[in-house]
Design a protein. Structure first.
Length: 600
């Protein structure tokens, strides 16, 4: 079974069988056996590529896991609502790729130089060790310590298959050991950079080491605030930043084009998407009238809409009690639409502007016109109704529940009917994350100046003005204030990039979600008696004056759907079925009535 995907790659999904031949004492070269893999450099590389294919992350569309987005009403998860039990908050350890990697490493060590050069052997070993560290961290970050298995197991030795959980500290030490080994052997840039683009580099391994050590130093794993962990995380991230810069990496000048200019200097680790070999699909985050199949995912919540600062770096002010004041409301809308940093326009699609994809439903919707996903008050039924079908008569489909959509990284070259041909790369690690990881560690180790400079660099790229004080709107001075500034800056810099929930968890800051209560919205609503045409644009002041902003307290429409995360459960439960399967050798976490402490 280990060779299944390799055979598919090399043989186009077909097995080759030799023709019948008299006699049995001959070498059958028409079939592939596991032993032959290690005699063929192409097969060895294919085995490693199969590991890449199984472990490299793709685009996440999970804004609903935190306060980023909503897909449909009453879709807030049970965990987010504080409904936690072993039955609904457990996970299983998965050793599928650990086993493949161990098998690969065990056999690679015996491959002679006549088959694979010593340099390639070292490179492949380093890449495989990176992926083993990656796989283990995925389990440890969720559960705490897991069984450390570093060589292929012999299924005939039954007793050796039941392995107890190692301490979390032991697992992290092994993860760092594997990463250090990879860092030692990997190149900063591959000699054949074009052909080998996408392979793990020394820079990617160093950045991931920094990510792991930052998490291990954070309150989730470090409630006692052990200073040595923060220092180790600082050292690793600072070394990674310095080395990345020496290899030509850095912040890409245009925030939006990070996703549209492939292989730019901000990309440290990426999953490359291309049609037809390996396409992606963004249909799920598009508005239903302009897509097919899945739709309306990641509609931005009010918390995200307000998180982006103004162009002078000051926070976006919002007082729901003042919205009845027409002057306040008008100024709010002007700031909201025209006075935000570049990241807002890259990440958020606002109804009342042209949708960026080439779709056209003429004469209902003509490309280049605004897609008016806005609201209208229905006084007769005492409710808000979406005005999409009124402004665009005959527009089909569910218009969604916010009027805003996830725009980040959207492939704007394909129509809805060809959504499965998207080709935008997923950037798993970009330089901005590495830089902010370093800055956060700098703050925790007493280097406030370094931490603030990182925030200034991030905001400069976002198009925020330096201002008279050259502080880019940053007012934090104390360690605790800078810590809060990083929480806010990461929210906007990495929106919809699969970081928000994990950040709040490692900081043990579920209170950020809980204090919001319900998922709030902002309805951009036509004033009574006003109307607009598809040719109008809400960025125009005269057109915008026809609208008012209204606060929606609960987009789910049900008081039972609100953030109420349990502050006593931070690690997941181990699946009870796996405990039984291990003959009770693996122990349950203490948070769930077991005796395994994930903080040891």
């Amino acid at each position: 079974m280990r060779l299944k995907n390799i055979l598919t790659i090399l043989l186009g999904g077909s097995l080759l069988f030799a023709a019948c031949k008299k006699g049995l004492d001959y070498a059958n070269t028409g079939v592939i056996s596991p032993d032959n893999v290690w005699k063929d450099p192409n097969m060895i590389k294919a085995f490693l590529n199969d590991i890449y294919g199984g472990l490299m992350p793709g685009w996440p569309f999970n804004g609903g896991s935190s306060d980023e987005g909503i897909s449909t009403a009453k879709s807030l998860g049970e965990y987010q609502r504080g409904i936690v039990t072993i039955a609904n908050t457990n996970t299983s350890v998965n050793y599928t790729f650990v086993e493949r990697i161990n098998f690969f490493l065990d056999n690679l060590s015996g491959v002679p130089t006549t088959v694979l050069s010593a340099d390639l052997n070292k490179q492949y070993t380093a890449e495989a060790k990176f992926w083993r560290a990656w796989t283990y961290w995925g389990m440890v970050n969720t559960l705490g310590g897991v069984p450390l298995i570093l060589h292929a197991q012999d299924p005939s030795k039954k007793d050796g298959l039941f392995v107890p959980r190692n301490k979390t500290s032991e697992c992290v030490a092994q993860i760092i050991k594997d990463l250090d080994s990879a860092i030692l052997l990997l190149p900063g840039v591959y000699p054949n950079a074009t052909a080998d683009y996408g392979r793990i580099t020394k820079v990617a391994a160093m950045a991931f080491k920094g990510r792991v050590l930052l998490a291990y130093a954070s309150p989730l794993f470090n409630p006692g605030n052990n200073a040595a962990r923060w220092q180790a995380a600082y050292d690793a991230n600072k070394a990674a930043v310095d080395y990345a810069v020496s290899q030509g990496y850095g912040l890409f000048s245009n925030y939006r084009n990070i996703w549209y200019q492939k292989r730019n200097k901000e990309v440290l680790m990426a999953n490359q998407f291309m049609y037809p070999a390996h396409p992606d699909n963004f249909n799920g985050i598009r508005p239903e009238p302009l897509t097919k199949d899945a739709s309306n995912n990641n509609q931005p919540l009010l918390s995200l809409l307000l998180a982006y600062p103004k162009r002078d770096g000051s926070p976006m002010q919002f007082d729901k009690s003042m919205l009845a004041d027409q002057a306040y409301n008008a100024q709010f809308l002007t700031d909201f639409y025209t006075n935000r940093d570049d990241r807002f326009y890259t990440t958020i699609f606002c109804g009342g502007t042209p949708y960026p994809c080439p779709d056209e439903l003429s004469p209902i919707y003509v490309k280049g016109n605004s897609f008016w996903n806005v609201w209208q008050w229905d006084a007769v039924n005492n409710r808000y109704i979406n005005a999409l079908s009124i402004i665009h008569p005959g527009m089909p489909g569910n218009p969604g529940i916010t009027g805003f959509f996830d725009r980040k990284g959207l492939d704007t070259t394909v129509t809805a009917g060809l959504g499965g041909q998207a080709q935008i790369d997923w950037i798993e690690i970009r330089y901005a994350e590495l830089l902010m990881n370093y800055g956060e560690c700098a703050n925790e180790t007493g280097k406030a100046g370094e931490a603030i400079q990182v925030l200034k660099d991030i905001r400069t790229r976002a198009g925020i003005a330096a201002g008279p004080q050259q502080n880019y709107g940053i007012t934090a001075t104390t360690q605790s204030d800078i810590r809060e500034a990083y929480i806010q800056e990461r929210q906007v810099e990495f929106a919809f990039e699969n970081k928000r929930f994990n950040d709040l968890r490692r900081w043990k800051r579920y209170d950020v979600l809980n204090k919001q209560g319900a998922r709030h919205g902002l309805y951009i609503t036509l004033k009574t008696g006003q109307t607009v045409t598809p040719a109008d644009n809400i960025m125009n002041g005269t057109v915008r004056a026809k609208f008012t902003a209204n606060y929606i307290d609960n987009l789910d429409g049900d008081p039972n759907f609100k953030f109420n995360l349990d502050l006593n459960h931070w690690f997941w439960a181990l699946n009870p079925a796996q405990i039984s399967q291990s003959q009770n050798v693996m122990l349950q976490n203490v948070e769930w009535g077991g005796s395994f402490d994930p903080l040891q």
